[in-house]
Design a protein around this ligand. Structure first.
Ligand SMILES: Nc1nc2c(ncn2[C@@H]2O[C@H](COP(=O)(O)OP(=O)(O)OP(=O)(O)O)[C@@H](O)[C@H]2O)c(=O)[nH]1
Ligand SMILES: [Mg+2]
Length: 370
């Protein structure tokens, strides 16, 4: 299963309770208080991991909880700290505070206590499940960690409460609650280049030729249902990541055909590669296809259309492709068009070279994207 958007509840561990105890030994029958402190609760920590490609693990575990701290003990022994819960997420995961962000108090503690430090939603749009507000974190580097919920501090043992007037204190404090809340996790694929095109244009076939990725290929539309990232080897031990994005159709910017789900994965691709069925098989018109795709991208997010882009005119092995290619180049004279037959492996070397050149021209683009 592939999950790229999910709401979860996370709760850090509560601190352990402080201990009430008195020192009792053979020759020290009335020793003073010696109750130790509780251990702190474990944190919920997110860690970006390039070996994780989607959020399915959270689907199976939508409640993420870290361990409680141990209670304090006699002889001034502190309770053990609760283990942190480390959740691995794909690189490119963005986290927002979600709807039910009001504190959910799982266990009331006597007396006043600091409420778990939950912050109300920063932006009401997040409560609608939309993700336009400020994210809490954007995990963009492999290995990057973020403490989502901090564990509560341990309570104090009675050893802290002794004074000249109270030499046998029975006071202690409870451990603090861990932070908790509902969060929306969303994956936005990060890649050097993204393959954008109508269904069946040959995007997955291309990705197979230029990388070791093995996306499914078939003669029906929407074979690819979620992004797949392949790594392309370039000369000089350089590498580029290429994302195969599910096919777009007209109206994608309005959400037609799961358009939003797919388009959001394009937003963090440095370079957009428009893959066109230049043979116009299936009764398509390559020029219209390119215009429509550019328009969909622009309507979804105008900033996207200013990204570096190039065109792959695919299916050159089929009739009419030559003629259509000339027409396409005439219509878009300043656009770099690489002609390929992904099925027959033609034009692949040129595509790789063009990509490498485009990438080295745009080294700084990525930093502006995220
Ligand atoms: N003749 C010819 N057929 C091709 C070429 N490239 C891909 N195809 C065929 O076109 C069909 C669709 O290819 P895919 O790679 O699955 O297309 P896609 O763009 O990934 O499609 P979706 O995942 O549905 O968006 C398959 O039957 C391929 O064999 C090509 O260069 N020439
Ligand atoms: Mg595909």
């Amino acid at each position: 299963m592939f999950v790229d958007r999910i709401k979860v509840f996370a709760q850090a561990g509560k601190g352990g309770r402080g201990c009430v105890s008195f020192r009792r030994e053979k020759f020290v029958p009335k020793g003073g208080p010696d109750g130790g402190d509780g251990g702190r609760g474990g944190d919920v920590i997110l860690q970006a991991d390039r070996h994780v490609d989607n959020l399915a693990n959270l689907f199976y575990e939508p409640i993420i909880a870290a361990k409680k701290g141990g209670h304090g003990m006699g002889k001034k022994m502190a309770g053990r700290a609760g283990a942190n819960k480390i959740v691995k997420v794909p690189v490119g995961t963005i986290v927002w505070l979600a709807e039910q962000a009001t504190p959910v108090i799982l266990s009331e503690v006597e007396g006043s206590r600091e409420t778990a430090s939950m912050v109300p939603p920063r932006d009401s749009s997040t409560s609608l499940g939309m993700t336009d507000g400020e994210p809490i974190v954007d995990l963009i580097r492999d290995g990057q960690q973020f403490v989502l919920c901090r564990g509560g501090a341990g309570g104090k043992g009675n050893v802290h409460f002794k004074s000249s007037r109270n030499r046998a204190p029975r006071q202690y404090t409870e451990g603090e609650e861990g932070e908790q809340g509902y969060f929306l996790f969303e994956l936005r694929t990060i890649a050097d280049a993204g393959l954008v095109g109508y269904p069946n244009a040959g995007k997955s076939t291309l990705l197979r030729k230029i990388s070791a990725a093995r996306p499914k290929i078939a003669a029906y539309p929407f074979t690819t249902l979620h992004p797949i990232v392949g790594v392309m080897e370039l000369p000089g031990y350089r590498r580029a990541t290429i994302a195969d994005i599910p096919g777009l159709i007209e109206g994608a910017h309005r959400g037609v055909g799961l358009g939003h789900e797919f388009l959001r994965h394009i937003t963090r691709c440095r370079i957009l590669i428009f893959v066109i069925d230049v043979a116009g098989s299936e009764g398509r018109n390559p020029i219209e296809d390119l215009q429509n795709l550019r328009r969909e991208i622009d309507l979804y997010d105008p900033a996207l259309s200013s990204r570096p882009w190039l065109v792959v005119a695919n299916k050159m092995d089929l009739p009419d492709a030559e003629r259509n290619l000339r027409a396409l180049q005439e219509r878009f004279p300043r656009t770099k068009i690489v002609s390929t037959s992904a099925a027959q492996g033609e034009g692949i070397a040129e595509l790789k070279e063009t990509l490498a050149a485009t990438m080295s021209n745009d080294k700084d683009v990525l930093s502006g994207l995220i």
